[in-house]
Ligand binder design. Structure first.
Ligand code: SF4
Ligand code: SF4
Length: 370
């Protein structure tokens, strides 16, 4: 049977059709009420955006979901997990400050904000998973694991390693503890000495002190110690000449598959207690983990809702593929895989293909416009 994916486009000429009204209709269509329990704890999982990024989800849209959950007498809390890399969300104190700065505070949201994996990302539950390709257990942030239900709100956009980020990525990297994130990355980087201009930016930012400067004759360049590297890719984000390369480029396919398996682990104890909303707005090439916001790849498309994380990501991906590109090099770009074009070494589609293969959801969907 095809999974149902509900879709609201972005056209609007009156208040009754504004984005919060569309969210209400989508939540009703997807059966939000059915996953909530009176007095139960509902995690509203989102990404608060790295400091400097301004294309993360708008607080007003998230507040609407909080209000809808409260209407059903459930107790919502906003949540995310700390990052592996250094930045403004590395620990819970910095993370909360960033969330508040971006408009996600108890005062504006009428709900608490709880970082799900504790002060330093180590508060986790080891969740057993069976018959998967890479993992026998997944390390999931405790406060997410212990919630009775979850609403996963995902800003759909590109990602330099995963290809794209949607519901599956929000569940996997987004719900994993420090150790869970490390397990998913499981790769190293190396520095192409020819391209390196020895600026030192990567050395300053590396959270594992894995990078140092070395000299070969007159030529200085950075060097990555593969024993220390935790594969967070932070150095790639600051290297302007693109001298930092993934040691296992071909393995980005495996990376996408590992993400799918962690998504499976994140919902093991609440498979029928989760709904997903994907926001196809500000579809930037980079994820919200970067401290900037690039111009969008395509115009705003709409908001999708589903009870199936695979179907909603596949439908979102297909809509972006079909959309007209705003990139001057893509020559309108209709029916071009924008994410693969922008991040040519990635295999984003393997996220939903592998997720479907392990039983997380369906690649077959029916798109229902509301
Ligand atoms: S060298 Fe490894 S640990 Fe350091 S920033 Fe780069 S990917 Fe992360
Ligand atoms: S950021 Fe790039 S160019 Fe600068 S030192 Fe590191 S590898 Fe070399």
């Amino acid at each position: 049977m095809k999974a149902k994916v509900y879709f609201a486009d972005m056209h609007c000429r009156k208040q009754a059709d504004n984005k919060t009204a569309k969210i209400e209709k989508l939540c009703e269509a997807v059966g939000l009420k059915n996953i909530l329990k009176k007095d139960g704890l509902t995690a509203i999982k989102l990404h608060f955006g790295e400091m400097g990024n301004d294309t993360h989800l708008r607080p007003q849209l998230v507040r609407k979901v909080v209000d809808l959950v409260k209407q059903e007498k459930a107790n919502p809390f906003l949540t995310d997990t700390n990052t592996l890399y250094s930045g403004s969300r590395k620990n819970s104190v910095d993370h909360l400050e960033t969330a508040y700065m971006h408009g996600f505070s108890p005062a504006t949201m009428d709900a608490p904000v709880i970082i799900a994996d504790g002060l330093n990302g180590r508060n986790q539950v080891a969740v057993p998973v069976e018959n998967l390709k890479y993992f026998k257990e997944t390390y999931i942030a405790r406060e997410i694991y212990e919630a009775d239900s979850m609403v996963v709100l995902s800003h759909f956009k590109g990602h330099l390693v995963a290809g794209f980020g949607g519901a599956i990525k929000n569940l996997s990297m987004g719900c994993a503890s420090f150790w869970g994130k490390r397990a998913q990355h499981d790769t190293k980087v190396r520095v192409d000495a020819e391209k390196c201009i020895a600026c030192g930016s990567c050395i300053k930012i590396c959270p594992a002190q894995a990078l140092s400067m070395k000299k070969d004759g007159d030529k200085k360049s950075a060097f990555a110690d593969r024993q220390k590297c935790i594969g967070c890719f932070e150095c790639q984000t600051v290297c302007e000449p693109k001298a930092v390369v993934n040691e296992h480029d071909a393995d980005l396919c495996n990376f996408a598959e590992r993400i799918a398996e962690y998504a499976y682990g994140a919902v093991q104890n609440k498979r029928d207690k989760v709904v997903y909303l994907n926001f196809l707005l500000n579809i930037t090439p980079d994820c919200d983990c970067v401290s900037w916001s690039d111009a969008p790849m395509v115009a705003d498309i709409g908001i999708l809702a589903s009870a199936d994380p695979v179907a909603i990501d596949k439908a979102s991906y297909d809509l972006v593929t079909k959309a007209q590109s705003l990139h001057p090099m893509e020559n309108n770009g209709i029916n071009i895989d924008k994410f693969a074009h922008r991040w040519e070494k990635t295999h984003g589609y393997r996220q939903f293909e592998h997720a479907a293969a392990i039983g997380l959801g369906s690649l077959e969907y029916e798109l229902i416009t509301i």
